[in-house]
Design a protein around this ligand. Structure first.
Ligand code: GLA
Length: 380
């Protein structure tokens, strides 16, 4: 049965369908909360929700494909009504955040399901937040603009889910455009669509199936960056994020912050340069350079920012050995997918080799997804 059918059967009235996608990110990792650049795109996989007001003050939500937790939750809309189920905290949180933004959110019924893999670094949680932000804004006649919807999702993570994330995932989910990557300057919030049609290459994701859930470890990385900023800012006025920090300023404080924090900050400065270099390379059609930068990012994320894991490193090493143009871990880290820029002719051999070698080493096969870049949040 489709979502509309499930909705009607469960709640006895009609739900309206909305969709928000997951995302990929070509380059620019952990730069968003440092005021830097990111280059994400929405994918053609995401979360679909059937939603409708129910005339009460209660929300009734059914997660059609949740298996390992209670899939049906009812909650009220006051701050103290937060449900215990982790998945439901996203929906409760977004309802609160939309209320804070002046939307008259009242009771609603909802059923949702998705085809974006959970915990794979493709922002399934941002897709849930965005689809509900979009739906509630529409159904309760809110006037929150697109950036407001993305911010509501980000604040949901901060205030209700314990992840101090940046804006990239929710931004990509809301602003996605078919066939385009989006360069976002996370300091000024200026953005530009980059048509992405790498003739002769394909983007392949390999999911290590190491489930990540971002929490303490992610927040620790953010804290490292903030420690360095505080140290630099005590010497230089006007420094608010690592975006404002130059290599020279960073050198000045070497030895004054711990080495872990120092290396993490240096990675962020390097990554800022790489995103800009990749944007220029895209404009010149130089995909070999794009790929080279992807490998560099992976090395930085693995050795300096320390958010990779053995499985992801192994997938990237295998890609390099197979002659793949570019490969790196994608998203927050600690598991999830690698993103691979692969010449057409090499795809089959690479995938076959990577699958086999990975299984021999880790005892399970990675999953493969081909990326199609799709549109952002919408009513269906
Ligand atoms: C997660 C966060 C994003 C971003 C990435 C790393 O996906 O939600 O805000 O920081 O990690 O680039």
């Amino acid at each position: 049965m489709d979502l509309k059918g499930i909705f009607e059967k469960r709640f006895g009235h009609e739900g309206i369908l909305y969709f928000s996608p997951g995302r990929i990110n070509l380059i620019g990792e952990h730069t968003d909360y440092n005021g830097g650049f990111v280059l994400p795109g929405a994918v053609d996989k995401g979360i679909t929700a059937a939603v409708a007001p129910n005339g009460s003050e209660k929300c009734r939500v059914f997660a059609a494909d949740i298996m390992d937790e209670n899939p049906y939750v009812e909650f009220g809309l006051s701050e103290e009504d937060k449900p215990e189920e982790h998945w439901a905290s996203y929906i409760f949180g977004i309802s609160r955040e939309m209320t804070k933004r002046g939307v008259n959110v009242a009771g609603f019924d909802a059923v949702f399901s998705g085809d974006v893999p959970l915990g794979a670094g493709m922002s399934s949680s941002a897709a849930i937040e965005s689809v509900f932000a979009f739906a509630l804004n529409d159904l309760f006649q809110g006037s929150v603009d697109k950036f407001g919807l993305a911010r509501a999702g980000q604040d949901t993570e901060h205030n209700y889910c314990g992840v101090k994330c940046g804006i990239m995932d929710q931004f990509a989910s809301v602003f996605g455009r078919k066939g385009c990557l989006i360069r976002l300057d996370c300091r000024s919030l200026e953005y530009e669509y980059f048509p992405f049609d790498p003739k002769g290459y394909r983007l392949i994701l390999l999911n290590s199936c190491v489930k990540h859930s971002l929490g303490n470890e992610y927040n620790e990385r953010r804290a490292s960056c903030e420690n360095v900023v505080a140290e630099v800012a005590s010497r230089h006025s006007g420094v608010c994020t690592l975006r404002d920090v130059t290599y020279r300023m960073l050198e000045e404080i070497q030895g004054l912050v711990n080495d872990t924090d120092f290396r993490r900050a240096r990675y962020i400065l390097d990554e800022k340069e790489r995103v800009l270099a990749v944007c220029a390379a895209l404009q010149n059609g130089d995909y070999e350079l794009v790929g080279k930068k992807m490998y560099e990012t992976h090395q930085g994320l693995s050795r300096d920012f320390t958010v990779s894991c053995a499985e992801l490193d192994y997938l990237v090493d295998t890609a390099r050995e197979c002659g793949v143009t570019g490969s790196r871990m994608m998203g927050g880290g600690f598991g999830g997918c690698t993103i691979n820029l692969v010449r057409d002719g090499l795809c089959d051999t690479f995938i076959e080799k990577a699958m086999k070698r990975f299984e021999d080493r880790f005892g399970h096969k990675p999953l493969k997804y081909e990326v199609n870049i799709g549109d952002g949040s919408r009513k269906l």
